[in-house]
Ligand binder design. Structure first.
Ligand code: ADP
Ligand code: MG
Length: 583
């Protein structure tokens, strides 16, 4: 229990020699977080939360200061994904809050539990719009972008406020929560004993949600009648940390599975039942599809269209903790609502009782397709090309992860993302962290910092040169905290490609950057290691050195500026004009 050492003078009528111990808003926030096992804060200091960060550090919490709130917010969000505890992001009022908001919204979209705690200005002045320092109605602005938003006005309510924020973030479908703490709250002084009593230790913050037995029976019927079943594992399955159960479901049923990007490694990508390299066939030609913590959103073509073969050819079973996810895009014939651990365990009970074995012909079709695709890709990956293209560079990094399967891989970009996702095999759960549901750029350095801090494992961040730019200043943060992060920049001089020109000849094209930029020198500026490489062999050697030393490293990997394709794999989402005017 923390107390303010200062003691107040008691009124004459009080017992003069029994001074009250006091606490305040600052200490209560810290005590409430610690009581709930929250040990790390990601943030940017400033008014009115400077002292909160300082004091949290003094009280033994890990407080990591960033250069921009968006990166701190992304760090908190991915910490939530990795640990199943809400990641905490701490920001200053108005502009700092807004900077953190993109990360909060992204966390909510991705179902990552996170709490954005932001200081705010004086309610009385803000509500009368009298022009306070950093005046903004932050609660109202945050509300539509997160699962829940709360404001605490009295120090005695801090315990309840933080308990509510934690529950909202991790229970049911996880997501982002906003907690508004006005400046005045922090210095409110109350009796320490009353303060201690006001704190709440949240019991069973994310209770198991058991599926209805009838929903399990329905799902089992569908699976038993399937001739060409496919399992799709999503990042909800990775988040759930029910790794052994998920593995047993796949292996006992013998059903081929397709991992979504951040579910890669839940079972090793080299698993005999992996249909990752036969994704098109597994989706198009299947008859029954079991979704485990994956939504039928744009990433799965909404469950319809040519990706999924003939209309009406699919029957979908879906496991999800959120009942309203069912039928969101197509009919779900067997909805199973509950947490993934409980649902998969219940399915397994049924499979152990009665299962006629894997559909051999279908498993063989998938296997053959997978082997053929892998063989087709192999020579492209093995080429020691100079200049490097995406495939040859990624071939080298694929070997790095094969040799260091416990490293965390952070990945963003266009071509750099789409190709790395397919090329780099993952071997362990929750090792691949990327742009997620929105395909957002800018998660790179925030994710890399939190991955290193939360796991203590080496981190390899594979970044397009454009993507890196959104959070690149955090290389200073990485150096400051001496984190074992190796950043590889795929430098092709621009967005998609570095070869565009301005038809008028006046300016650089909108998609190009300074040619042959030396990003490696940014890392050197802060005491880290920089390297520039031109071949896959050099790249592999430089990454190995970085991962062995654990020193912050940035490798500028020079890629042929003509190698990329527009928008990577999602060019179809990028409208292009067919009308050409004369300049
Ligand atoms: P992906 O992008 O990998 O396909 P999504 O983010 O679309 O994954 O889907 C994840 C789904 O997992 C969400 O619908 C979410 O409600 C669900 N989910 C998250 N955690 C759990 C859990 N513990 N149990 C069940 N479902 C969960
Ligand atoms: Mg580029």
């Amino acid at each position: 229990m923390t107390v303010v050492t200062k003691q107040i003078d008691m009124a004459a009528s009080d017992v003069a020699d029994a001074p009250m111990e006091l606490t305040d808003g600052f200490h209560l926030v810290i005590d409430a977080l610690k009581l709930n096992g929250i040990t790390t804060i990601y943030g940017v200091p400033g008014i009115p939360i400077t002292d909160l960060g300082r004091m949290a550090q003094a009280e033994g919490m890990r407080v990591l200061s960033f250069r921009h709130e968006q990166n701190a917010g992304n760090a908190a969000a991915i910490a939530g994904f990795l640990t199943k505890k809400p990641g905490i992001c701490l920001t200053v009022s108005a502009p700092g809050f807004l900077n953190g908001l993109t990360a909060l919204a992204n966390a909510t979209t991705n179902c990552f539990p996170m709490i954005l705690i932001s200081g705010s200005s004086e309610r009385e002045i803000v509500d009368l719009q009298q022009g306070d320092y950093e005046e903004m109605d932050q609660l109202a602005i945050a509300k539509p972008l997160c699962k829940a938003a709360f404001r605490v006005l009295h120090a005695c309510d801090i315990g309840i406020g933080i308990a509510r924020a934690i529950r909202a973030a991790v229970s049911g479908r996880p997501g982002g929560v906003y907690l508004d703490l006005p400046a005045k709250l922090f210095s409110q002084v109350i009796d320490a004993e009353a303060g201690a009593k006001s704190l709440v230790k949240v019991i069973d913050a994310a209770p198991a949600q058991l599926p209805a037995p009838s929903s399990i029976a329905r799902a089992l019927d569908e699976l038993r009648n399937a001739k060409r079943p496919t399992i799709i594992l999503g990042k909800g399955a990775a988040y759930a940390q029910a790794d052994e159960l998920v593995r047993e479901l796949v292996e006992r049923s013998g059903i081929p599975y397709v991992p979504m990007s951040m579910a890669k490694g839940l079972l090793p990508d080299t698993h005999p039942l992996s249909a990752g390299a036969a994704r098109s066939t597994a989706l198009k030609d299947s008859d029954v599809v079991l979704l485990v913590g994956a939504r039928l959103n744009w990433l799965l073509s909404h469950g319809k269209g040519k990706t999924w073969g003939a209309p009406g050819s699919k029957r979908f079973i879906q496991i999800d903790i959120e009942p309203r996810e069912m039928d969101s895009n197509v009919e779900i014939v067997a909805p199973v609502v509950g947490d993934i651990g409980s649902c998969v365990a219940a399915l397994l009970d049924g499979i152990r009782e009665e299962w006629s074995g894997a559909p051999a012909e279908w498993v063989e079709t998938i296997r053959a397709k997978r082997e053929a695709n892998i063989a087709k890709m192999a020579p492209k990956l093995a080429r020691n090309a100079a200049p490097m293209d995406f495939h040859s560079a990624l071939g080298a990094l694929r070997t790095v992860i094969k040799e260091r399967p416990d490293a965390l891989l952070v990945n963003e970009g266009a071509n750099t993302l789409d190709l790395a996702r397919g090329i780099i095999d993952m071997y362990q759960p929750r090792k691949r962290l990327d742009v997620g549901t929105w395909g957002v750029m800018g998660i790179g350095m925030g994710f890399a910092v939190a991955a290193a801090v939360e796991t203590g494992k080496p981190v390899l961040a594979i970044e397009g040169d454009s993507a890196f730019g959104f959070s690149g200043m955090e290389v200073e943060t990485i150096c400051r905290y001496k984190l074992p992060v190796c950043i590889v920049i795929f430098n092709n001089n621009g967005i998609y490609r570095g070869t565009d020109t301005d038809p008028t000849g006046r300016d650089p094209a909108t998609t190009v950057f300074v040619a042959d930029s030396r990003y490696d020198r940014m890392m050197e500026a802060f005491g880290g290691v920089g390297a520039q490489v031109f071949t896959p062999e050099e790249l592999k050697r430089a990454v190995d050195e970085a991962m062995d030393s654990g020193r912050p490293t940035l490798i500028n990997a020079m890629i042929d500026p003509a190698a990329g394709s527009e928008s990577g794999n999602i060019g179809s989402l990028n409208p292009q004009s067919v009308i050409k005017r004369k300049a």
